[in-house]
Design a protein around this ligand. Sequence first.
Ligand SMILES: [Zn+2]
Ligand SMILES: [Zn+2]
Length: 278
Amino acid sequence: MEIHLLASGSSGNCALIRAGRGSDRTTLVLDCGIALRTARDLAAAAGAELGAVDGVLLSHHHADHCSKVVPIAARAGCPLWAHPAALETHPATSAGERRRRRIEHRPFRSGEWFEAGAIRCLPVRLAHDAVPTHGFVFEADGVRAGFFTDLGRTEEILPHLAAGLDLLVLEANHDPDLLAAGRYPPHLKRRVGGDRGHLSNDQAAAALAAAGARAPRRIALAHLSEHNNRPELALAAAAAGLRRGGAVGVEPAAAPRRGLLRLAAGDGAARPGARRRG
Ligand SMILES: [Zn+2]
Ligand SMILES: [Zn+2]
């Protein structure tokens, strides 16, 4: 299994999840809130054809995630997996729009596994102010991945980190000091920093520390704020969290706002000792 991040942050998100071999090969798009041409070019650079993907997944109804999921599913002629309540709020995913584009909606439920081709998917309900918002655990090729952005607190994801993930995409949205000193109005600072907003670097680091020595070997920090964060601050906080937890040899990467970041099991720093499966 590979995860390709194509875009990350409040100016638009898009990722590809790929797994399987031969006729079982599956490519899923998780969210798309960037221009279709950009998504197509970045997917091609990652070796995937956006017009031939096998499914589209939607995490929640904020425009930076949902605005282009229906056109992608329409063009690829593939199903759109989404929680029913995540589709009706935004005009880009409304019932009328889905009918017009002849989209097949496959509903999922929080906490219930479903299969999208070769990839098993578990929607994990997150605390975020688009209700409902889901992160995902993906299983394929003997690899388990977690994909968690747009959450204000970590309670919901800690059990999945504790159970062991090989790959992890984790939000590290803001540095609390930059947010406090920054130019956002007070209500927006409260929203971003609140329990239903976005994860700070420190919250992400604490979650990695809590995972202890079972921390994922490949980690991408994602949804970094353009105004309230810097990649080096997010990376330093995550590295400190991993050290506190006793994880050795793990080097997180920061997802660019636009551009490719690839996560795959077996990449990156070699793991000392026996490789965990689970
Ligand atoms: Zn977002
Ligand atoms: Zn959001």
